[in-house]
Design a protein around this ligand. Structure first.
Ligand code: BGC
Length: 815
């Protein structure tokens, strides 16, 4: 323990008070012994610190103080450049210093299991190695400034549908090889100050009280030293959470959780020594945070804006460039079409929504560069329906210009935290506009926005597509620079773009039943599936074009034969054989030539972004250790390499392998290898759609947790209004809520509001209102929803009304 002298002076109540927030964003202080309160805020792509005095408009939104809005994780991962993520982290750290924020709630490190996940814009990749290196660099950057991070959402939180209750059912091998790896890499390398336990359950137990996850794996196996904080409202049972190793409940439950901890210690369920250990870590974080706290920090917002632009330029991906139509030339007349050219979609929605300090747009940036551009809105961003007047104006303009430059993609309504997408299309009005413009002008260039994969049945109508993702407040100028060749595209996709949603390996099991979601595809996520099943894709993982070309040569391995405990160094050369400077992301995949256990065809094990002047050549060197060849053996409870030949594949994408060599690896461990050839044969052919419940059970290794609520089971605090819909009063209440939301919000907001209202467990009415909705009121509500007694239930709720009126003001003010 680091602070025994402080702990010795604290009462049990004071210790318990450290285990939940003071309010929505601050930890509790114990001033008598010198423990300060510290502030935590979102995150992750800029800071969203609460504005103290909000205007009416600001009260309606989640926006915080003006801050630099950086590209989201789905974008920055496409830079494949940890140095850039480190720089972004440093920059954010400086902004936290100015705003006196001690912990920034990010990075989002979940794996993109399905392209439908509404929050994919906030996550790095479908690949754990790329996610882990990005997360680690981001954390190192922020923490280099003495500011903490909160790597989230731990773990298997890969969907928004019923995110607060759903049980993610994942076999241990998939967990270890896919869903936990990025967290593991970043914990071991960067020790984030905090890790945020996810809302969902993992294999039947809430993440925030999952001892296997939080203590056995995270602390004991990986050596995690920091704080485990709940996602906001993810606490289910405070004492179970504490015993599982989780220090901090957020936001405050207004003393409820603390009282439960005190009672648990008094009754001997929790020992005071154990509580001391957790409090010691809380004290340590608060004191560490104070080392850099001061009121005179400032930062140069123009310089930070430039950094945001550099990251955007390095991350956007050139997907298509027929006839070398890009870069555009200043003398060409250009019809700039699409509202997003002037009003960009540049950030996500939900808890990461920022109030940007300034906002570039591509049209003005192109004008400033002296380009011959004219504008037509083409569509109305607020609706999916074609506005024929706008469409006609756009086609007229397109007819008269050399190039039609269209800004299309996912508008704000199409993806958000809180709900998942139901398809991968861009708005119909954008597609109709593209079709109409392509009929009158053959030189169609599309700039695409959006934070997740998109289907592009319209691709052949275009000559070029530049994917700008969600690129932050400088996205407009970065786009203009790339379009006109002031910068050379060098981003590569961090997720596969399938031809259609149905091709995705999770398609049949997303988002699951009202109770659980079975990750039946196991390790076959993203390109691991597409490449093993040899499925055609629209754009493969790791793909991206440049205005120049690169030649790979001279792959050399330091050994032809090695033990699994040795390190293999591979070297190769990359040459820029074109006429302009550029950067190439060279990727290293490993393929087990022959294995007893089922494995993906190849897996990313290393990469390097190489900056090369025209004509320049550089040697790249990458080291591979045991994990590059290993699978997770659930019988050995460890990583294991099967002896044999492994191909080392060096390429420009997962489907563009330029160099190959083979190494013979000998295992130093004798062990049994799980064999499912009889019990689960479809895993050996990656036929994910054929996998049955029995096959998944075999791989899962025990009976699957229930996927339905038992008939007649009473509703509890862990149920949602949606669960109550089949009841008499539940049905009426749900009906009322749906109608009320429809009248209060627009279409987009109502999707989010409906998900929040109907899919939040009742226990969270208490937690998220910091106790304003009291346990007694929850009791009353449950009496009604269980159709026990409407009058009694209502009576209980109404008896608390005075307290609600008294406490609602302070609550609203602290959010
Ligand atoms: C989100 C977290 C976020 C927290 C605080 C939650 O709903 O899942 O990512 O950090 O709210 O805003």
């Amino acid at each position: 323990m680091k602070h025994p002298e402080i702990l010795a002076k604290m009462s049990l109540e004071e210790k318990a008070s450290l285990c939940s927030g003071r309010d929505y964003w601050n930890t509790a202080a114990v001033e008598s012994v010198g423990i300060p309160s510290i502030m935590m805020t979102d995150g992750p792509h800029g800071i969203r610190k609460r504005i103290k005095e909000k205007t009416k408009e600001q009260k309606k939104s989640l926006m915080g103080v003006p801050a630099i809005c950086f590209p989201t994780a789905a974008t920055t991962s496409c830079s494949w450049d940890p140095d850039l993520l480190y720089k972004m982290g440093e920059t954010l750290g400086e902004e936290c210093l100015k705003e006196q924020i001690s912990v920034l709630l990010g990075p989002g490190t979940n794996i993109k299991r399905s392209p439908l996940c509404g929050r994919n814009f906030e996550y790095f990749s479908e690949d754990p190695y790329l996610s882990g290196t990005c997360a680690s660099a981001f954390i190192d950057g922020v923490q280099s400034k003495g500011i903490g991070t909160s790597m989230k959402h731990f773990a298997a939180n890969s969907q928004e549908t019923r995110r607060m209750t759903v049980d993610s059912v994942v076999d241990e091998r998939a967990l270890r090889e896919i869903y936990l790896t990025a967290f593991e890499m970043a914990v071991k390398k960067s020790q984030p100050w905090t890790i945020m336990a996810a809302y969902n359950r993992l294999n039947a137990t809430y993440c925030a009280e999952n001892k296997w996850l939080l203590t056995d794996v995270l602390r004991n196996e990986w050596g995690y030293k920091g704080i485990i904080v709940t996602d906001w409202g993810a606490e289910n049972d405070r004492v179970a959470g504490l015993l599982a190793g989780q220090e901090l409940e957020m936001p405050s439950s207004n003393g409820i959780g603390n009282r439960q901890i005190v009672a648990a210690v008094r009754s001997g369920i929790v020992s005071e020594e154990y509580l001391d250990e957790l409090c010691d870590r809380m004290i340590d974080m608060a004191l560490k945070a104070c080392e850099v706290r001061g009121s005179n920090y400032t930062y140069d917002s123009d310089a930070h804006h430039e950094i945001a632009r550099e990251i955007a330029e390095q991350s956007m991906v050139l997907l298509r460039n027929e006839d070398h139509i890009l870069p555009l030339q200043k003398e060409q007349s250009i019809a700039v079409i699409g509202e997003m050219a002037k009003s960009p979609r540049y950030q996500g929605a939900g808890s990461s929504l920022l109030n940007p300090i300034k906002l570039d747009n591509a049209f003005d940036s192109m004008l400033d560069m002296g380009a011959k551009v004219q504008y037509a809105a083409g569509y109305n961003k607020k609706t999916d329906k074609t506005d024929f007047t706008l469409l006609r104006e756009a086609t007229e303009l397109a007819k008269s210009c050399d190039v039609a430059l269209l800004f299309l993609g996912l508008t704000e309504d199409f993806e958000s935290e809180g709900y998942d997408r139901s398809h991968l299309h861009i708005p119909q009005s954008h597609i109709e506009l593209l079709n109409a413009v392509a009929r009158v002008n053959p030189n169609v260039v599309v700039v695409l926005s959006g934070g997740s994969a998109i289907e592009m049945p319209w691709l052949s109508k275009t000559k070029a597509v530049l994917h700008s993702f969600l690129s932050g407040q400088a996205s407009g100028s970065a786009t203009a620079n790339l379009l006109f060749g002031k910068a050379n595209p060098s981003g590569k996709l961090s997720e596969t773009y399938p031809l259609s949603l149905e091709d995705n390996p999770s398609y049949k099991n997303f988002p699951g039943t009202p109770v659980s979601v079975e990750y039946r595809e196991s390790v076959y996520v993203g390109y691991r599936y597409y490449d093993t099943a040899k499925k055609d894709v629209l754009f493969p993982f790791g793909f991206g074009l440049s205005y120049t070309e690169f030649k790979y040569s001279g792959l050399k391995l330091s050994k032809k034969k090695m033990k699994d405990t040795d390190t293999l160094t591979l070297t190769f050369k990359v040459k820029n054989v074109g006429k302009v400077d550029g950067a190439e992301v060279a990727q290293v995949y490993v393929r087990d030539q022959e294995s007893t256990i089922y494995r993906p065809e190849k897996e990313l094990r290393g990469y390097k972004k190489v900056f090369l002047k025209a004509g320049e050549e550089k040697e790249v060197s990458i080291e591979l250790t045991k994990r590059a060849f290993a699978y997770y053996n659930i019988l050995l409870h460890d990583w294991h390499v099967e002896s044999g030949k492994f191909d080392i594949l060096v390429g420009a994408s997962s489907r563009d392998i330029r160099l190959e060599a083979t190494v013979n690896v000998e295992s130093t461990v004798e062990c049994e290898i799980p064999d499912y050839r009889e019990s689960a044969p479809d895993y050996y052919t990656a036929d994910v759609n054929a996998i049955t419940a029995e096959e998944f059970t075999a791989v899962y290794g025990k009976p699957l947790p229930p996927s339905e609520r038992p008939a007649g089971e009473k509703l509890t605090l862990n149920n949602t209004l949606e669960d109550a819909e089949s009841g008499v009063w539940g049905g009426r209440i749900v009906g009322f809520v749906r109608t009320a939301i429809k009248t209060m919000f627009n279409e987009n907001e109502s999707q989010m509001a409906t998900a929040v209202a109907l899919q939040t467990p009742i226990r969270d009415f208490i937690a998220m209102s910091m106790g304003v909705f009291s346990p007694k009121m929850a009791d009353g509500l449950l009496m009604i929803l269980n159709d026990e007694s409407m009058p009694k239930g209502l009576g209980k709720i109404l008896s608390c009304l005075l307290d609600v009126i008294k406490n609602i003001g302070p609550l609203l003010n602290s959010i």
